[in-house]
Design a protein around this ligand. Structure first.
Ligand SMILES: C[S@@+](CC[C@H](N)C(=O)[O-])C[C@H]1O[C@@H](n2cnc3c(N)ncnc32)[C@H](O)[C@@H]1O
Length: 249
């Protein structure tokens, strides 16, 4: 059951406010756009909170985030870790995860530049410019792709997911969020927003390669993942679904 930020207890709301501020502050180094983008995203998108509240990311993990943008996820996780180290963690939440490294791959050079300005020199973080369908996945314990899989065509999605499955150790985690193409008007709404944002960001006519939730589940279970699904568009009229996929232990 998801707990909306509006419904959350005052202590949880105060904690999330601090976490958002700490994570976003890091992006001042990348400029005003980087800061306000992070501020909006980390305050308005439930997936960041839910990753921590549900304790989905394994501790001590080597994490790869494909299509990582400017690295909002990494800033969030680092801020969580440092709040936890300062003893400011919610007692009813699982412990904050720590990481061996946080590696991101992003196609757009401008996002990579913002990430470099933000995290440059951080011992745990590396964000590189590249195409997620081409990069070496390397040794990983967890892979995330948040709202980015539908930018590559269906055959490339399948090859990439196969490579992720092969790279993960038993018990390893693949976590993604996709739009459910069978969800009617709410999917059409999110698809329209996606097209507009893609056009504005990359100045390329957008080609999006979507699937129904059933098709995503069939593809991932066919690759040998155990798959849990959870709606993840709280507060928005979108048809986003989080897929928590585990390589069997
Ligand atoms: C909607 S944004 C999500 C960014 C990030 N995952 C987040 O949640 O903040 C999708 C990102 O995927 C990136 N992307 C699209 N195709 C890609 C590819 N083939 N390889 C790497 N990144 C890609 C886009 O440039 C964009 O930054």
């Amino acid at each position: 059951m998801s707990e909306t930020q509006g419904d959350a207890e005052p202590a949880t709301r105060a904690f999330l406010k601090t976490l958002r501020a700490d994570a976003s502050r890091r992006f001042w180094a990348g400029g005003r756009f980087a800061f306000f983008h992070a501020w909006g995203k980390l305050g308005g998108d439930p997936i960041f909170r839910e990753l921590l509240r549900r304790g989905l990311l394994p501790s001590g993990a080597r994490l790869l985030d494909l299509g990582c943008g400017q690295g909002c996820l990494f800033a969030w996780l680092l801020a969580a870790q440092s709040l936890s180290e300062r003893g400011q963690w919610l007692p009813d939440w699982p412990p904050a995860p720590s990481f061996q490294y946080l590696r991101g791959v992003e196609l757009l050079p401008r996002d990579v530049e913002r990430a470099a300005a933000t995290f440059g020199g951080h011992p745990l973080v590396q964000v590189e410019q590249g195409d997620m369908t081409q990069v070496d996945i390397g040794s990983v314990d967890a892979v995330t792709i948040l709202d980015a899989l539908h930018y590559v065509d269906h055959a490339a999605q399948e090859r990439l997911l196969q490579r992720i499955r092969a790279a993960l150790p038993p018990g390893g985690l693949f976590l993604t969020r996709v739009g459910d193409a069978s969800a009617g008007w709410s999917f059409r709404m999110s698809n329209w927003v996606d097209r507009a944002v893609t056009l504005a960001r990359s100045h390329q006519p957008p080609h999006l390669f979507c699937r129904s939730l059933g098709e995503w589940q069939a593809l991932l279970t066919g690759l040998g993942f155990e798959v849990d699904t959870e709606p993840m568009s709280e507060g928005k009229t979108f048809a986003n679904v989080m897929l928590v996929c585990r390589a069997p232990a």
